[in-house]
Design a protein around this ligand. Structure first.
Ligand code: NAG
Ligand code: NAG
Ligand code: NAG
Ligand code: NAG
Ligand code: NAG
Ligand code: NAG
Length: 485
């Protein structure tokens, strides 16, 4: 008899954001303190046809679990709130390979990174679900005998979607939050929600200043460019691209930045930062002291006497609040805004940044051709998009997105996606008005006390998963009575 006597749901929550967010999460992560780390013998390689060295070896993959709410038997209710608390369910967090304490190798050369692929990563989820042990918990909780429900936000949301699509026979269902299921080379649309939803006087001022500076660059007005950089205390950034990314730091970009930006806002300030609004407050400050507002006229001779409205507040904010984020004080270094140091890119130390860059970029300085592995001249988008792209569909896979999310252009609810798709019990979807990047990942234990838009999204997620599980109970109890074939 294969049907489970003990029905439980397990939750994998792998939230893998861009590197800054990762860094912050590591800094603020309470997991080490609250929960004991466990280590799983994971296969370095899941595909027998792969004959690379080490392909037959294991590595240790870290995981945590929370059995506070776990009860053997009875119906299963799964609470999804970013904390891994699920009524009667068991919450598990499995660390992504090549991050944290889950590196297969001591360094990250191009060859050693060969096993950091989407295919291997999602196979980890399936293999783990089929073999996981939970010390102290009685009974066999492995999949598919026990329904496993995945939850992931951001890149982990995409991994959730891919896992359910590829391993739907093992993994019962999943919620993919703000999952970029479509990839592109270059993503200027990242700024669209900021242009649309951020305070408009701030947006207009910044747009006008950027246009004016671009005109100086187009006309090669070297002296004016130098003077502009000096207003921000950034003369040292001779590469205009690096300079642009430094003064854009409080707004961010799809790659690397040091500030808390629009992406780091959150409905609950415990999990996010208001810095973006403070930045805008400075750019739009109508009460700025004269020595700051005078700076608006510093370059007006290049614009027919027209002031660069907000420049004083902008430059002052950068000097006081952005430059100090560069801890070495060397603004042109690799750790801050300098991107032109080849040997810094080539550093093979294991870091989250390097793993993320390997997954996302085309940077040849970082990954010279190895003996067995090389990065393509341009990323092979098809490997990723072929899971379904904007037409992505898998049974018991829910897509949850937010309209204010900078990554929404790549998600299920992207403005580029086909307009009319039908939601159903097996293919549920929710587009949360007012929500940023997987804001549903954050919750408080009392869902009723949450703000309406998040509360209702959480209640929807609970209903969705409950409904799937009710069907599972039905399915498994029927099998109990079926004769063995
Ligand atoms: C890898 O770990 C599995 C248990 O997950 C074990 O059965 C297997 O022998 C290990 N293989 C190697 C090469 O260590
Ligand atoms: C990796 O580092 C550990 C601890 O420093 C060491 O014991 C081990 O031999 C190293 N492995 C390799 C393959 O270099
Ligand atoms: C300017 O930014 C600082 C630092 O975040 C903040 O404390 C201050 O309130 C902001 N000023 C305005 C006028 O918003
Ligand atoms: C470039 O990076 C390397 C390795 O991190 C470092 O040792 C070197 O000082 C850097 N060079 C410059 C000019 O910053
Ligand atoms: C999605 O499906 C529609 C209708 O079948 C098709 O026209 C479109 O090209 C597909 N889009 C993608 C990105 O696959
Ligand atoms: C924000 O989260 C904290 C920690 O979970 C909680 O104590 C607080 O009540 C929450 N605030 C709101 C407005 O939900």
């Amino acid at each position: 008899m294969k049907g489970p006597k003990v029905l439980a749901a397990a939750l994998i929550a792998v939230t893998l954001d861009n590197v800054q967010a990762l860094q912050r999460k590591r800094d603020t992560s309470r997991a080490d303190i609250q929960y004991q780390a466990h280590y799983f013998q994971q296969k370095i390689n899941h595909f027998p046809e792969n004959k690379l060295p080490y392909a037959k070896d294991n590595f240790t993959q870290r995981y945590y679990f929370d059995s506070t709410y776990y009860k053997p038997g009875g119906p299963v209710y799964l609470y999804i709130s970013g904390e891994t608390s699920a009524t009667n369910g068991l919450g598990v967090i499995l660390e992504n390979r090549y991050y944290g304490a889950s590196y297969p190798f001591n360094t990250s050369t191009t060859d050693q990174l060969a096993f950091l692929t989407t295919a291997q990563t999602i196979a980890d989820n399936s293999y783990f679900a089929q073999n996981a042990v939970f010390p102290g918990i009685e009974g066999d909780l492995t999949a598919p005998g026990t329904p496993w429900i995945l939850y992931g936000g951001s890149l982990a949301g995409a991994q959730t979607a891919f896992s359910i699509k590829k391993y739907g026979d093992v993994l019962y269902g999943g919620i993919a939050a703000s999952a970029p299921i479509h990839v592109v080379v270059g993503y200027p649309e990242w700024y669209n929600p900021i242009q649309k939803y951020a305070p408009q006087e701030c947006v207009n001022r910044i747009n006008n200043i950027v246009d004016k500076f671009d005109a100086l660059v187009a006309k090669k007005q070297t002296a004016a460019i130098k003077q502009f950089k000096a207003l921000f205390g950034l003369e040292v950034l001779t590469d205009n691209r690096d300079f642009a990314s430094a003064i854009a730091d409080p707004i961010g970009n799809p790659g690397f930045y040091l500030s808390n930006t629009w992406q780091e806002l959150n409905w609950n300030s415990t999990y996010g930062s208001r810095d973006f609004f403070y930045f805008c407050g400075n750019v739009s400050n109508i009460d700025a002291p004269k020595e700051i507002s005078d700076v608006d006229y510093a370059l007006s001779k290049y614009t027919n006497g027209e002031p660069w409205v907000g420049l004083g507040g902008y430059a002052d904010y950068i000097k006081k609040h952005t430059l100090p984020l560069c801890s070495s004080g060397d603004y042109n270094s690799h750790d801050c805004w300098g991107t032109q140091n080849k040997s810094a890119w080539a550093d093979i130390s294991n870091t989250a940044t390097r793993s993320y860059v390997y997954t996302s970029c085309t940077e040849q300085w970082a990954f010279p051709k190895g003996k067995y592995n090389k990065v393509p001249a341009s990323p092979d988008l098809n490997v990723y998009n072929s899971f379904g792209d904007f037409n992505f569909s898998a049974n018991r896979l829910a897509f949850v997105d937010g309209d204010q999310d900078v990554w929404n252009g790549l998600c299920y609810h992207s403005p580029l996606a086909p307009a009319r798709r039908q939601t159903s019990d097996l293919h549920p979807e929710l587009f949360i008005t007012g929500s940023g990047h997987h804001w549903d990942s954050y919750g408080i234990l009392n869902v009723d006390a949450e703000p309406q838009f998040i509360r209702e999204a959480h209640l929807w997620e609970i209903r969705t998963v409950k409904q799937w599980l009710q069907r599972a109970i039905l399915l498994y109890s029927i099998t109990e009575y079926l004769p063995e074939y």
